[in-house]
Structures are given as C-alpha cells and as structure tokens.
Design a protein around this ligand. Structure first.
Ligand SMILES: Cc1ncc(COP(=O)(O)O)c(C=O)c1O
Length: 429
C-alpha cells in the first residue's frame, strides 16, 4: 500500500492492468486520467487533452457533463438496479418510448443489453430465432468486407476477418462477406444479388453509411437503399448496426433515417447513454417481436439477458443525454460542427499529402497518403498519435486515417485549433 502511494497512477496501472487493443510489451505507459471536463481529459500531472474522438465515439456532450451527472446521481439515490425479468422501471420505459419515437417508424420494441457487441449479439440471435420460430430454415448471414461489429463471438463472426480475429477463426460461424459498398458499389450489389437467391439467407448486417473501425469508409443512402430493397425482395432481414452512427453522429438521429427502406432490427450503444454508462439496446419491428409470442414458456421465448440489462442508472444517463440532444443548443452545434468540417475539407481537397477527404454529419475523415496500405495496420498510426498527444489532442487514428468525431460541445475555436494542428502535422510529412 505504502509503495503504491508513491507510484504514479500510470505505473500502478502497468503493474496490474491489461489494456484493450494494446500490445502490452510495446505500448508506452498509459496516461493516467484523473478528471474529465467538457472537451478535456486531465491527467495526473495536470496535462489537458482535447478528446476529439469522444473516447471511442461514446462521449456525446463532453466529459462529466453536469446535467447528466445530476440525473445519474438522483437515479442512484432512488433505484440503483433491479432485475429486469418480471420487473420494470420508469427510466427504462421512458427511454424505450423515446427511442421508438426517434427510430424508423416500423420499430416497435426495445431489448436492453450492455454494450455495442451485445447489442449486435442480440440482433443476430433475434434474427436466427425469428426464422426458427416461424418454421423456416435460414441460417446464413451476409456482411460487408471491412465491417466491424464488436468482439464477442457472434459479433466477431460477422466482422471482417483480420489479424484481430485470427486466433478465433475456428470458432466463428460461417458468414458470406460481400464487397464494401464504400469501395465498389456495383460489385457489392452484384454479390448481394447472387447470394440472396439462396433460400437459406437469414439476414444482412451492416453499418449504415459509415463503416467505422474499417477506416471511416462512407457510402451513400442511395446505395444502401438499393441493397436493402434487394434484401426485402428476398425475405432477408436487415440488421442496422448503428452502434457508432446513432445519436446524430451522421447529422440525423440515426443513419437509417436517411434511407427509404427500413431495417428490421437496429443495434445501439456508445452515444446511447451519452457515453456515460455502458449500455446497449436492440430494437425490432412488430413482425419480429410477434414471432416470439407463444402460449408456452419454453416455446419461442427469447432466452437472452444480462445481469445489468436496463440498469436504471444507465437508463437515466440515456434519458438525460436525449434531453440534451433535443435542445436547440446541441442541434445548432451539430450543424455548426458539420459546417466547420465541410469548410476545412474543401480546403484540403488539393493537398497532395492527403486523399479521400470525407465528411458526414459531425464526422470528418481523411487518409494521410502512404506508400504502404491504407488501413489499421499502417504504422504511421503511432507517429500521428504521439504528435497529437504532444499537442494536447487525443486523436487516435485508424492506421493512416485521421478522423474527428468530437463531442457536440466542441466550440468553433477548438475545431479550428484541431484543424490547424492537422495542417501542422501534414506540413511535416
Ligand atoms: C459499428 C460497431 N458495432 C459494434 C461495436 C462494438 O461495440 P462495443 O465496443 O461497445 O462492444 C463497435 C465498436 O466500435 C462499432 O463501431
């Protein structure tokens, strides 16, 4: 105990903690964060880092937002948790009512879970069991190349195969991967048409409009509508993974709202609770839900759940986050972030150091030109990471893809400061 008092938080962490997505042997000591304050994370030495990636795309309104803090404190004092089978509570009901109101109008039920991966697991299990419950043998899933849906086994199975999942290949179920619509729309469409003619295709899962971890790859709602239409014509369920795109990241509340064709199942997390509490939710249409109804407990029931399903404090955080999101102030900021990104992106178009400058809603992405691959494996990642951290900006790139997905409280001045720092980095290249 004595010893730990004299050691830094970072050193103590290194002695006992195993960090995610981290090669522990190579990685520099983690930064010990002691406080969150709006756009900033403050470390144990008082250094401030502007969090322009919203800490893995979660933090919607800035760190330790006073309004959300007040609401979760109130909730903790009145009901901190309750089993969600046979019991319900106001924050969960209210949140479900509000989500249903914002989701595409065919969505009718909300199933709660714990994070993005579990929201996807639930979506996949709903789809498989739906077909079983109505007596059809459909077991195949279609997914896009370059997709990422999480790290549990089902979510890994439908994610693009890569070094991330290689140790688990023998345990992943078979998935039909088609070309990413962001890379080749026509090939993607053709491959989908070939596959859906088979009788056994249960569902297609996709990240609507932006494939996040795959490199912030963007494609249009027109293309997505065509793909969804093909699925609908062939009785293939559409599962929209809005874990990253939800809650105005792409401008609209959900990326699916840009489309004419509506998904059957939608997976939510990250911004759901304003990024404050771990939480997932999966919505579905009435048609899916009705297929799980039965006169017998052991028949057709969805036997899935988590200890912390619909945790009241998480639901309170989500309701508070929605209150903020509904305000004119936040909606104005969302539009302003988009306008700032657009103006900056226009100025970058002829910059010989970058390519594929792209903007969707509050997301700006660009690829730093590279002699090697564009992608997560590009080692320029570490150089970019260090450069920006030294300038007090947390901008963890995806390989050579630099992107900004900031909390909505970011000011115009802060955005300009970040753009200026990107320019400085590009000048050094
Ligand atoms: C589109 C998408 N789906 C699912 C996930 C998994 O979410 P979680 O990390 O909360 O399990 C992520 C995480 O980045 C994601 O971007």
């Amino acid at each position: 105990m004595e010893e730990s008092i004299n050691k830094s938080l970072s050193a103590r962490s290194q002695a006992v903690v195993w960090h995610p997505f981290t090669q522990m042997q190579l990685s520099p000591a983690p930064i010990g964060v002691v406080k969150g304050d709006g756009m900033y994370l403050i470390d144990e030495y008082g250094n401030r880092y502007m969090d322009v990636i919203s800490s893995w795309w979660t933090c919607l309104h800035g760190h330790s937002h006073p309004y959300i803090t007040e609401k979760i404190t109130e909730q903790a004092a009145s009901l901190e948790h309750v089993i969600f089978a046979g019991f319900t509570h106001e924050p969960a009901v209210r949140l479900a009512e509000r989500l249903i109101n914002y989701l595409p109008d065919n969505q009718s039920r909300i199933f709660y879970s714990d994070n993005g991966s579990t929201a996807v697991e639930v979506g996949l299990k709903m789809a498989f069991q739906y077909w079983q419950n109505i007596g059809k043998k459909k077991t195949k899933v279609i997914a896009f190349k370059d997709s990422y849906h999480g790290d549990t086994f089902g979510a890994m199975s439908v994610g693009s195969r890569s070094a991330f999942t290689e140790p688990f290949f023998p345990f992943l179920f078979d998935v039909e991967f088609i070309e990413s619509p962001a890379k080749d729309e026509e090939l993607c469409r053709k491959q989908l048409i070939e596959l859906v003619s088979r009788e056994d295709v249960a569902a297609m899962i996709y990240e609507p409009l932006v494939q996040g971890a795959g490199g912030m790859l963007m494609y249009s709602e027109k293309v997505l509508d065509k793909l969804l239409e093909i699925c609908k014509e062939h009785n293939v369920l559409c599962i929209a993974d809005e874990v990253m795109t939800g809650f105005c990241r792409t401008g609209q509340m959900f990326a699916s709202n840009y489309c004419e064709v509506k998904p059957d199942i939608i997976c939510l997390s990250k911004g759901l609770s304003g990024g404050v509490m771990a939480m997932g939710a999966t919505s579905c249409s009435a048609e899916i839900y009705d297929a799980f109804l039965s006169d017998h407990f052991m028949s057709k029931t969805f036997f899935h759940g988590h200890s912390f399903t619909a945790n009241p404090i998480s639901c309170a955080a989500a309701n508070a986050s929605l209150d903020l999101l509904e305000s004119h102030e936040v909606q104005d900021r969302i539009r302003e972030i988009h306008n700032n990104h657009n103006t900056y992106a226009l100025g970058l178009v002829n910059n010989p150091k970058v390519e594929n400058v792209r903007v969707k809603g509050t997301l700006l992405a660009l690829d730093v030109k590279s002699d090697v691959i564009t992608g997560y494996g590009n080692a320029v990642r570490d150089e970019i990471n260090t450069f920006f951290l030294e300038k007090g900006i947390l901008l963890r790139p995806l390989g050579n893809t630099i992107y900004l997905l900031p909390p909505y409280c970011i000011s115009d001045n802060q955005l300009q400061q970040v753009y200026q720092t990107i320019n400085e980095y590009l000048l050094l290249k």
